[in-house]
Design a binder for this molecule. Structure first.
Ligand code: PA5
Length: 464
């Protein structure tokens, strides 16, 4: 049961002169093979350790499953405190694989705790969380690779204080840390307090961390088949093991996006036609945007590359964004994610036979309707000359979700090689983090504070 990548609507066959000729792809095949080999040389080293996660976690998976089995019985709520790569993957996988109204189900139907991911420092949101969870029956998973991110560490401090007041010495049993074994402050705090701790391996960056304990612990807490996720990732890795882009779907996808970028397509729209995959688009946006948006290339040349990722949802955004996608500028590639078989379906009832303009819907299912509308949108985009491609999941399950995660990670890594950039750093994000430390007068950031103070102050004439 493997995901399929259909790129017909990127080609001149359907798009005329707005699409790629076969010869353009054939002409790029050697460059794509070079990108594949270049990534292959790095694979498993430096910041590419994520590529080996499907194969080297037997022991940690056992520990996660044992921890989750016990905690699922003991706690009524499970809260992830994390941001960016420490939050978007858990949200995407939860939405893909759990009941749509999971938190509203009675405990016996859920089979595990209610689930919340707190990925912001909006005080109103924190107060609202504290209105609905009882710290005495809640397990908090503090997730930060760097162990230093202000948002996550401030949440930790707030929650630790509440837990200490509510539970005395027992408070430590209500925190699990997921962090680097070697870097940052959370590991030091975790060791001092004796928290149960899972490690984010060195070489696994935030946005590539869903298949390590960052994502696997929350998934296991929700009763998701984490071995299925890893199996799916391994299947996709195998399907992408050829340097021939015509036999490697992630390499082909990367090549098409790279060539499209060369043609001024600076926007990548991710549009799942399934609510279960809605937040997969959020996760993709971070992966694609943070990995490929870079000022300099590996030779130190200023390049300012990247494609702006945009999330959309089918069919909802047909009534919002699709007008722009079909008639607006030719600056986008639209990637649609379709699902062949939904996990349940609903027949559209009869009852309006005297109104043929309504009754034509009766007898069909909602699954048929959403997939028909997907095909109709693909047609409309193609007819108007807008590049689009489709990833088809046979159905949404742990294995296909694992495949999808791996597909996008590999596509991103290959595309980074084609762009000759460091796919795995995020200097732009670090700049904002450091500026926050400086403004909060953190020790060691005096020079950054001076730099900020030297910047032009806002002028009243520009504020109206
Ligand atoms: O991809 C990344 O590395 C970042 O987006 C991080 O996930 C994000 O900044 C959070 O960092 P950390 O996990 O160190 O708290």
């Amino acid at each position: 049961m493997l995901i399929k990548f259909d790129f017909n609507n990127m080609m001149s066959r359907t798009l005329g002169d707005k699409g790629f000729a076969d010869s353009a792809l054939v002409g790029f095949a050697a460059d794509a093979a070079e990108a594949f080999r270049s990534f292959g040389k790095k694979r498993g080293t430096g910041m590419t350790a994520w590529a080996e996660l499907p194969y080297n976690q037997a022991e940690v998976v056992r520990d996660i499953k044992a921890t989750a089995e016990e905690a699922r019985k003991k706690f009524e709520s499970f809260v992830v405190l994390g941001i960016g790569g420490s939050a978007l993957g858990p949200i995407a996988v939860f939405t893909a694989l759990c009941h749509f109204r999971y938190n509203d189900l009675p405990a016996e139907k859920r089979g595990g705790p209610r689930f919340y991911v707190e990925d912001n420092v909006d005080p109103e949101r924190m107060l609202a969380l504290l209105d609905v969870v009882d710290p005495k029956t809640t397990l908090f998973n503090v997730v930060t690779k760097s162990g230093a991110t202000s948002e996550t560490m401030s949440q930790y401090l707030i929650i630790a204080d509440i837990l200490k007041k509510a539970l005395g010495d027992e408070w430590k049993e209500h925190i699990v840390a997921t962090t680097s074994e070697t870097k940052g402050n959370l590991i030091k705090i975790a060791k001092k307090e004796g928290f149960k701790t899972f490690y984010i391996p060195d070489g696994v960056g935030g946005r590539f961390s869903e298949l390590c304990p960052v994502g696997l612990l929350p998934a296991a807490m929700l009763g998701i088949d984490i071995e299925g996720l890893l199996r799916g990732a391994a299947e996709m890795d195998k399907a992408c093991s050829s340097e021939d882009m015509f036999k490697n779907p992630a390499l082909m996808a990367a090549a098409l996006q790279f060539l499209a970028m060369q043609n001024g397509k600076n926007i990548s729209v991710m549009m799942p036609y399934a609510d279960s995959l809605k937040f997969m688009a959020d996760w993709y946006c971070q992966l694609w945007g943070e990995s490929l948006g870079k000022a300099v290339d590996l030779d130190g040349k200023t390049v300012n590359v990247g494609q702006t990722p945009v999330k959309a949802l089918g069919v909802t955004d047909q009534h919002s964004q699709v007008q722009l996608y079909t008639e607006g500028p030719f600056d986008k590639v639209i990637t649609i994610i379709g699902v062949e078989k939904f996990r349940g379906d609903v027949v559209i009832a009869g009852g309006a036979e005297e109104f043929p303009d309504v009754s034509f819907l009766s007898g069909h299912t909602m699954g048929e309707l959403i997939n028909t509308e997907r095909r109709a949108t693909e047609y409309a985009l193609t007819k108007s000359g807008h590049m689009n491609n489709t990833l088809i999941l046979p159905e949404v399950n742990a294995e296909t979700v694992g495949q999808l995660l791996m597909f996008f990670q590999l596509e991103t890594a290959y595309c980074g090689e084609m762009l000759n950039i460091d796919t795995f750093n995020q200097p732009g994000v670090e700049e904002g983090k450091n500026a926050t430390y400086a403004l909060f007068e953190r020790k060691g950031y005096e020079a950054k504070r001076a730099e900020l103070e030297a910047a032009p102050a806002p002028e009243a004439k520009y504020i109206i």
